[in-house]
Design a protein around this ligand. Structure first.
Ligand SMILES: Cc1cc2nc3c(=O)[nH]c(=O)nc-3n(C[C@H](O)[C@H](O)[C@H](O)COP(=O)(O)OP(=O)(O)OC[C@H]3O[C@@H](n4cnc5c(N)ncnc54)[C@H](O)[C@@H]3O)c2cc1C
Length: 414
C-alpha cells in the first residue's frame, strides 16, 4: 500500500497532522492501535499553565518564548502564535465547539469540582474567570442514580470552598435500569447512548425541571452527546437556569465525541484511517524510512514518501520504560532520558516527575534522530516528543496540535 504520508497513531496529534495534510492535497493514511488520550480527556485543552521553573502562566502567548530550548514550542520556527490560531480554527472547522483564548487562560471545573487553568474548553462545559464566579451561587448537584464515576460530594465540597451553597440530588430513570444491573455497565458512554434517545432525554429534563426551582445553576455529570452535541444543546435550552456539565471519570463523553469528529473530518477529506492495527517495525535505506509493517498486514508493507510518528507517550505505548532505559518501539528512535532510574521520578506522586519530559529526540524540523543521525523523512508530533512535562506545565493538547501542524507544514513545503 502506497501513500504520500503514513502516520503512526491516530490521537489528537496524528489526526491534526492528517487533516492539515489532506486539506493540502497530501494523501495520508493513519494506522492506530486504539484509544487515545482524548478518550480520557477532562474536557479541556491546555496550552501552557506553568513554566518548568514553576512560574505560573496566565497568558500563554506572552510566556511561550520563555520555555526551555528543548521544549517542542521552541521548535516551531517562531510561529507559536500562528499555530495556536490554526489549531483552534481546525477544531471549529471540524465542528468541535470550543471556547477560550490563548492570551488569557480561563478556569475549568475538574471531575473533583476543583478549578484549573486551561486554554480551550468544550462549549458543553462552563468557562470561569475566577472562583468568584461560583461564590454566592445556590447550586444543585445532580447525579444519575447508581453512576459511580461522578462524585457529587467532592464536587459540592469544592464549590462550597469557593463560597457556593450546594444541595445534592439524584435522578432515577427507568430507561437506565438495564445498565444499573451491573456497575461495569453503568459508565458514562453507556448512559450517554441511552440519553441520545429524545424521549429519554425529555424525561430526564422534566425530572430536572421539577428540582431546580430556587437554584442559580445545576451541576450534572457530562454524560450527554456521544455522537453529536445536540443532546447538550437541548438540555441547556430546556432548563431556565445555567447547566454546568462536570467532566466525569474516564471514559470522557465529550473527548470521544471530539475524537470521532476529528476522524470523520479526516476521512471526509479522503484520508484513510485504520483503527485496531499496530505498526511494529520499519525498513530503512540510509537515513530514510522505506516502509513500515503492521500486525494485521504482516508482510504487506506500507510504503510512503514520509512518515510521522504520533504514537503518544507511555500511556499509549508510544514510549516504553525498561528497567534502565526508555525506548520508542517502532522505529528505535533516539530517546532523551536521564541515566539512572532513580532520577526518573520523585517518590512524592504529586511532585514534578522527570520521566514525563522524556521522549524522542528530534532536530529543529521535528525530524527524528536514530543513533544521532537525522532521518530525512521521519517526523515526530505530539506527546511522543521529548522536552515538555505535559502534566506539570499544563501543555498537553497544545504540544500535540501545534507540533502536528508544524510537521504537516514542513511536509507540505517539501
Ligand atoms: C489520561 C490522559 C488524560 C489527558 N487529559 C488531557 C486533558 O484533559 N487536556 C490536555 O490538554 N491534555 C491532556 N492529556 C495530555 C495528552 O497527552 C494530550 O492532550 C494529547 O491528547 C496527546 O495526543 P497524542 O496524539 O500525542 O497521543 P495519544 O492521544 O496518546 O495518541 C496516540 C495514539 O497512537 C496509537 N499508537 C501507539 N503506538 C502505536 C503503534 N505502534 N501503531 C499504531 N498506533 C499506535 C495509540 O493507540 C493512540 O491512539 C492527557 C493525557 C492522558 C494520558
Amino acid at each position: 500500500m502506497k501513500f504520500d504520508t503514513l502516520i503512526v497513531g491516530g490521537g489528537l496529534a496524528g489526526l491534526t497532522c492528517g487533516i492539515r495534510l489532506q486539506k493540502n492535497g497530501v494523501k495520508c493514511a493513519i494506522i492506530s492501535t486504539g484509544q487515545s488520550a482524548l478518550h480520557f480527556s477532562s474536557g479541556s485543552f491546555d496550552l501552557l499553565n506553568e513554566l518548568a521553573d514553576g512560574t505560573k502562566v496566565d497568558n500563554p502567548l506572552a510566556a511561550a518564548g520563555r520555555v526551555g530550548a528543548n521544549h517542542p514550542y521552541a521548535k516551531l520556527d517562531g510561529k507559536f502564535a500562528y499555530y495556536v490560531r490554526e489549531a483552534k480554527q481546525l477544531f471549529l472547522d471540524c465542528g468541535i465547539e470550543v471556547n477560550g483564548d490563548a492570551e488569557r487562560n480561563h478556569l475549568r471545573i475538574t471531575p473533583m469540582g476543583t478549578l484549573k487553568p486551561t486554554w480551550l474548553t468544550f462549549s458543553d462545559f462552563t468557562q470561569l474567570s475566577s472562583p468568584h464566579d461560583i461564590a454566592g451561587k445556590k447550586v444543585l448537584v445532580v447525579n444519575i442514580a447508581g453512576f459511580l464515576d461522578f462524585n457529587t460530594k467532592f464536587v459540592a465540597d469544592s464549590f462550597e470552598k469557593c463560597g457556593a451553597e450546594c444541595r445534592i440530588s439524584s435522578i432515577n430513570l427507568p430507561e437506565l435500569e438495564r445498565l444499573r444491573i451491573s456497575p461495569t455497565e453503568m459508565r458514562s458512554t453507556n448512559i450517554a447512548r441511552v440519553l441520545e434517545n429524545d424521549k429519554t432525554l425529555e424525561t430526564l429534563i422534566r425530572e430536572l425541571a421539577g428540582k431546580v426551582s430556587g437554584f442559580d445553576s445545576v451541576a450534572l455529570p457530562a454524560v450527554f452527546g456521544l455522537s453529536s452535541a445536540a443532546p447538550v444543546r437541548k438540555l441547556k435550552e430546556a432548563l431556565d437556569i445555567p447547566v454546568w456539565l462536570i467532566p466525569t471519570m474516564p471514559p470522557s463523553v465529550p473527548g470521544i465525541r471530539a475524537q470521532q469528529q476529528l476522524r470523520r473530518s479526516f476521512e471526509a477529506l479522503g484520508g484513510v484511517y485504520m483503527l485496531g492495527d499496530t505498526v511494529v517495525k520499519a525498513d530503512f535505506k540510509g537515513n530514510r524510512v522505506q516502509a513500515v509493517y503492521s500486525i494485521n498486514h504482516g508482510d504487506i508493507s506500507f510504503v510512503a514518501e514520509n512518515f510521522v510518528l504520533a504514537s503518544g507517550s507511555y500511556f499509549s505505548n508510544g514510549l516504553v520504560a525498561r528497567p534502565d532505559s526508555v525506548i520508542e518501539p517502532v522505529f528505535g528512535s533516539d530517546v532523551d532520558f536521564t541515566a539512572g532510574r532513580d532520577s526518573w521520578y520523585d517518590k512524592s506522586f504529586f511532585n514534578k516527575q522527570n520521566y514525563m519530559t522524556f521522549g524522542v529526540a528530534t532536530d529543529d524540523k521535528l525530524r527524528i534522530k536514530i543513533k544521532g543521525e537525522v532521518q530525512q523523512n521521519l517526523f515526530a508530533a505530539g506527546s511522543v516528543l521529548s522536552g515538555s512535562n505535559t502534566i506539570h506545565e499544563g501543555c498537553g493538547a497544545g504540544v500535540s496540535m501545534l507540533t502536528a501542524l508544524f510537521v504537516a507544514d514542513n511536509l507540505i513545503k517539501g
